[in-house]
Design a binder for this molecule. Sequence first.
Ligand code: SF4
Length: 477
Amino acid sequence: METQMDSFRMFLAKQAIKMGNIAGIWKIALPPLEKVAYKIMIEKGDRIKNGSYYQREDKYYMVFNVLRAAFKAYDSSSPAFRNRITNIFIKEFLGPTQQIVKQEFKEKYGVYPPGFITISPEGRCNLKCKNCYASSIGSNLEKLDSTTFTRILHEKYEKWGSWFTVISGGEPFMWQDNGIDLIDIAAQHPEQIFMVYTNGTLIDKARAQRIASVGNLLPSVSVEGFKSETDKRRGEGTYRRILDAFENMRQEGVPFGISITANNNNVDVLFSDEFIDFYFDKQGAVFEWIFQYMPIGRGADVAGQLSPEKRREIWFREQELIRQKRLVVADFWNSGSLSSGCIAGGREDGYLYIDWKGNIYPCVFVPYWKDNVNKLLSEQRSLTDALFSDLFSGIRDWQLSYSFRKPPETRGNEITPCFMRDHHEQAHNHFIKTGALPGNESAEICLNDCSYLNAMKEYDLELSRLLDPIWEEKYRQ
Ligand code: SF4
């Protein structure tokens, strides 16, 4: 049955095609569209699929903040970006083809496929940032080969209807295999968008020109604050190199965003007006992804993660940035209402993560695995097989029992959505029960260390004490 979201999709598609280019919508049709969408998505929205009134509002603001930001960036983007992104938006997002592929997958496997994947093709990094999960194996020379990389991209597009890929690392722009690099991969897959988490220091003028010419690769550059915070964690001179990368991208018409990792020491700077004005208004960032330090990887430190009090405080600030300032800002944990909770384990519209060794994890922040993509492909199996391991399907069962697709009255708190961080005892038991393998030495230590488990349990109790009242008050109706 056609849903209200489908009718809205069709309406958008017709407008886009009629007008011949997407930018026209910004100038002429966006204000009335926002009104129509508000009625469809919020006043008449699907409570089971999209949650309570407040939750549907969260989703509405994110969709339209993205559209506003995209149309604003359109004029200063390179011709390749304009063409590629417009084509992908019309064909893949608004068009019917990928919906048909997803429906066929559902008929075959009984569940909808994941929406995207994150791949780290390269474990090495040219920086050595404190507490980076990648840097715990920073000297490792393993990398994903280009044939496997391409097969993964092909399978997810053809079999899952997935046209969005996140690239992480190591430093992704260091990856090369068989004479091709990441920008070549993006050029070979014009039907897909690649969002690349990078430290930015390798985006010189020549690389910015190449990114501008392919038009489907969006860099998200990590910053720690201003000069002192960035150079302290990432090394002297890093901040200057990042500002140079921004300048190179602006000159070449490459839209870009920033990503931040909040901890108790830098959180006040990262959420200040000064920070937001500098990166969005002066530097021209189009979006911001907010991560909170996760105690995994080298030197996992539970006490180093953002305190429950600070996490509560930034939830209110994030709401202000999204609802009043209308910015594209999303927090991997606090914004769980946008994605209807945890998206790990290859959930419908969710994702999985593949590292440079080919190990397949439920999430970037869940360092436990069972399947390896190199092994699966060598056995004439496919990436899809990994979705049905007990590790993955158990996580999807947990999501369904906790909140996913539940009515607002019984839906678990989706601003504490995280299987790994916010409900760690259940995650820990699941890893033990399924015999999941740790992805690195630190993950192995955490799995067997009672003090780690107890500290995470205490954190979760306090988190729930502070954030559950917000959920009860705002998200139940
Ligand atoms: S496990 Fe946590 S970090 Fe990973 S997708 Fe779920 S909520 Fe997000």
